[in-house]
Ligand binder design. Structure first.
Ligand SMILES: NC(=O)C1=CN([C@@H]2O[C@H](COP(=O)(O)OP(=O)(O)OC[C@H]3O[C@@H](n4cnc5c(N)ncnc54)[C@H](O)[C@@H]3O)[C@@H](O)[C@H]2O)C=CC1
Ligand SMILES: O=C(O)/C=C/C=C(\O)C(=O)O
Length: 502
């Protein structure tokens, strides 16, 4: 393997921070408190250059058995600790994440191909908060009591469920992993994380953080590998895994549900999206363009919450589009480790090909206003999986490009005349994860938010997160809600005790 020269500086910086960062990276599993070299290695590819920068081991029966057994053993003590005893471990875990912030920023870019600029916008802080928030929440929140008029009193007890399989996607790998690790561990369960095969680096560093934080062996484990016939599927069928928290594609979610049904596991599913971004004539157009640029192209559009269907009121359709296209053309696409870059590379060649297949459909059946091509970039980025920010018009609501999740830097735009028409168009897909409503008319914001069949509505902004609120999708975008106490139903077993007081 040739050491990619462009990482030299990065490697030196990371070595100075105390991270043993040598190319090629040799990712390991983390099982029962030990870093396990594993076998059946697969390549780790940097999406921005297509270069192999390391290897990761594929976990199969042996590793999954070991990790689940370690988590099951650790559950015996961890689940019996009061939340206040678990909290210091989790706080140290969060602190370690903060300590390694500059390393996570780089590894996340090497994993995903996302601009390092975006990793510096609070991404690593959110990772640490995901753990710290739930560590505190478990301590500070009690449960309910229901006195009855006839002399009985009910009170509700909550207790941990068991070993959780946390199966995560590649688009925001470390943030989404911690979003699951936090409540899993804080509420007394133990975990086996199976990160996406494209992005093993962040999970590897998370294991290092957990280890250095002194988490008891087996409380948190990482097994790398693939989905079907590999670590992912094995976990979803394992009889000692009691919960599966999954984030990924809707089709994968359906397969996991089937595989988990024999052992009747609890499921939390955060799945795909095709969010409408409604721009009404009363919106502040400058702000609407700024919000739309983020919602469309942040993380190369590889965000389940991306506002990938723009619905624009006809009276502002032309001026809005003109500004949007101008902004899209000015986005700096290229070297993700350059702090000036604003759009990086798609995750993998096969994913780029999938996104390009939608571009080709748009070329034949619609109009591409801007983008639709692979940008010309200097070596070594000429080998990366880049696509220009792409805006498509002249589409019909039933078109494939308006119905299916593309998961790339490509948005479709449709005009509408009335509020009713906008709502109908917005609800016209199988997905229901989230929506964006841009208007300065408060009554309209309230009416439209109520009518949208989604789990989250952002008014005049996008991707603003509060860990107390319910997060999840309606329709084919998911099952269940996580966040604050909304995750209780999933992460806790619940018992009612009814006492006769006479
Ligand atoms: N609703 C939400 O909060 C979010 C949803 N997503 C969705 O994730 C998708 C992109 O991520 P991908 O990694 O491509 O999703 P994916 O569904 O292909 O893979 C997700 C994870 O599932 C594993 N997996 C695949 N097949 C499996 C099987 N049969 N059994 C067990 N595990 C299996 C993969 O190895 C990976 O770790 C998009 O559809 C996106 O919308 C992404 C982030 C957030
Ligand atoms: O903020 C969260 O908890 C989850 C967000 C998930 C995404 O937007 C994603 O990774 O696509």
């Amino acid at each position: 393997m040739v050491e990619p020269k462009i990482y030299k500086e990065t490697v030196e910086r990371l070595e100075a921070l105390g991270f043993p960062f040598r190319l090629p990276l040799e990712v390991t599993h983390y099982i029962g408190g030990e870093f396990v070299r594993g076998e059946n290695f697969f390549p780790v590819v940097y999406p921005a250059t297509g270069e192999v920068i390391g290897t990761a081991p594929e976990g199969r029966e042996k590793e999954v058995e070991q990790a689940v057994a370690a988590a099951k053993e650790a559950f015996k003590k961890w689940s019996k600790m009061p939340p206040s005893q678990r909290r210091p471990y989790l706080r140290r875990f969060a602190e370690k994440i903060r300590e390694y912030k500059p390393v996570f920023e780089v590894l996340e870019t090497l994993d995903v191909g996302r601009p390092i600029h975006e990793n510096r916008l609070g991404y690593v802080d959110r990772m640490a908060n995901n753990i710290e928030f739930f560590a505190d929440f478990a301590v500070t929140h009690g449960s309910e009591a229901y006195p009855m008029e006839n002399g009985y009193i009910n009170y509700v007890l909550r207790f941990p469920v068991g070993v959780a399989a946390l199966i995560t996607p590649w688009n925001m790998p470390s943030m989404l992993a911690t979003w699951k690790i936090g409540p899993t561990l804080a509420f007394g369960n133990t975990a086996v994380l199976k990160p996406a095969e494209f992005t093993p680096l962040g999970a590897w560093l998370l294991a290092k953080c957990a280890h250095e934080a002194g988490l008891p062996p087996g409380v948190f484990n990482v097994v790398h590998g693939f989905g079907p016939d590999s670590a992912g599927e094995l976990l979803t069928k394992h009889p000692d895994v009691r919960l599966i928290s999954f984030t990924g594609e809707t089709t994968t979610g359906k397969i996991i549900m089937k595989n988990a049904s024999d052992t009747l596991k609890r499921l939390s599913m955060e799945l795909g999206g095709k969010a409408p971004n409604l721009i009404f004539e009363s919106a502040d157009l400058d702000r609407a363009v700024e919000v739309t640029m983020r919602a469309s192209f942040f993380n190369q559009g590889e965000v389940c919450l991306a506002g990938s269907r723009l619905l624009v009121q006809r009276s502002v359709y032309e001026p809005f589009l003109e500004r949007l296209v101008k902004a899209a053309r000015s986005l700096k696409v290229g070297d993700p480790l350059d702090p000036e870059t604003r759009m990086g590379a798609l995750i993998a060649e096969e994913h780029l090909n999938k996104v390009m297949s939608y571009v080709e459909i748009a070329r034949e059946t619609a109009t591409i206003l801007t983008g639709g091509r692979r940008p010309e970039l200097p070596h070594p980025f000429d080998k990366g999986y880049f696509l220009e920010p792409t805006v498509v018009v002249d589409v019909k609501p039933s078109d494939k490009v308006c119905q299916e999740e593309i998961f790339g830097p490509m948005v479709v735009v449709m005009p509408f005349d009335t509020e009713e028409e906008a709502i109908e168009l917005a609800n016209n897909t199988p997905y229901g994860l989230n929506a964006i409503v841009q208007t300065r008319d408060v009554g309209q914001a309230v009416r439209v938010s109520e009518a949208l069949e989604v789990g989250t509505v952002w008014v005049n902004d996008w991707f603003v997160r509060d860990l107390r609120v319910p997060f999840g999708g309606a329709k084919q975008s998911g099952i269940g809600r996580e966040g604050g106490h909304y995750g209780y139903e999933f992460y806790y077993e619940t018992k009612n005790v009814c006492i006769a007081n006479r």
